[in-house]
Design a binder for this molecule. Sequence first.
Ligand code: G4P
Length: 529
Amino acid sequence: MADFINEINRRRTFAIISHPDAGKTTLTEKLLLYGGAIALAGSVKGKKNDRHAVSDWMEIEKQRGISVTSSVMQFEYGGCCINILDTPGHQDFSEDTYRTLMAVDSAVMVIDAAKGVENQTRKLFKVCVMRHIPIFTFINKLDRDAKNPFDLMSEIEDELGISTYPMNFPIGSGVDFKGVYDRASKRILSYERGDGSREIEAIEADINDPSLDSLIGSQNRLQLIEDVELLDGAGGDLDMKEVSAGRLSPVFFGSALNNFGVEPFLKSFIEMSPGPLPRECEGGIVEPTDPAFSAFVFKIQANMNKAHRDRLTFMRICSGKFERDMEVVHIQGDGKKMRLSQPQQMMADSREIIEEAYAGDIIGVFDPGVFSIGDTVCAVGKNIKFEGIPTFAPEHFARIRHKDTMKRKQFVKGATQIAQEGAIQIFREPDTGMEEVIVGVVGMLQFDVFEHRMRTEYNVEIINEGLPYQYIRWIDNEDIDPKKLNLSSDTKIVQDFKNNYLLLFTSEWNIRWALEKNDGLSLSEFNKN
Ligand code: G4P
């Protein structure tokens, strides 16, 4: 039992978020290096040199140099078993990020020191905040000219509405970058330009000692004295309660590319970040150390490996221990018993069949097409149902047809499977078949991914005809005949694949109009099913 509890408590499951190019991939790779998870950090996905980060999967990602899907990586470090969930950096995939964040216990936000808080940081951060999980900040690229560190922290505080607590503080930046001062130990970690592969051992240093000048320069030392005074004077110890509530972010400065400040970050992170958190379910809370296995589906992905033509469902284990070949119940599958087939853990694009996994871990299982995002599986005899994961309302719509009528079957299969993964949402006009569908997406780039995947994975060329709608609302009233509604001429009635009726609108004005002209009509932005 003690072993079981220890296994769970030593799990750390987190996601890394950032604006594209801030250095998320680089940081992920350096972290993996510390865990010995990869022999060589393939450096970074090269837009120019065609090297790809281990965490990048799909071809479209390689072509565009963006991260589309989130992958899961596990490694051991400092007695902890660490699961990193990569998230797509591009805003068009924030829904995927949101789902990934549902599966983690903390998040790391990477910020480019020269750019500060960027658009996508803002958007992803909002998603993060919805979960009230601890957020750690890594301010990256100090080896380049950076903004003033105090300004960077104010920016985070003002723009993201979270307090900050610098764990270390940079000494200079760019060509003048000398290292960081660790506040807790009052030690200096000095930075040496070179091959960038190592950091000098931390030196015990009294910052008032002028002999330090030879290492960091007198100007820098005097500046540091002033900075540290300011920081200490600003008061406040690191309040772990505030960190746990996601209201205070510990901030680390460093340079991922030069592997500077990464290991100290990792060490502090595993100390401060929580192990698997309890999770709400219908009618209560599930504790991770509850011996009964439970998990929920947060991601489904078909054809990750073209040679395998498979569909993998990713589950976050919320309680207990998973053992290979154990029998579980799929709650949303009418409580059907099943064995999770070939449970796998991911190491980027290589997979390993696992024998056991614990609360906090992510497992991928082969899915014959039965799972949906948000589903619960649990030990036989248990009746746990985790709260669902809401779908974002799509903001772009297109009418999609297949070019070649002979390909109808593949078209239906592809569109349905990709929709089940949650990458797109599909609708149809009432009383029509699947000859053509209306596809809704949160970000335009998802159309490209859809088209690309239909071509490469299902061998279907599609015709995409953009539609002018921007808003979607589910009709809550079950007793209303949608065809009898009084709607503006540019409002469209569609159905989802559970036959719920929805309305597509071109403007908010039209939504108001529909509500005003139809007494008792109730519309909602989220699908409650
Ligand atoms: P992302 O996943 O957040 O999109 O960022 P990624 O790690 O791919 O990093 C983006 C670029 O920034 C990469 O350059 C990477 O080498 C660089 N980078 C990451 N960390 C640091 C750092 O600490 N210092 C410096 N100077 N650069 C860093 P790239 O893809 O090769 O593009 P390019 O810079 O060659 O155009």
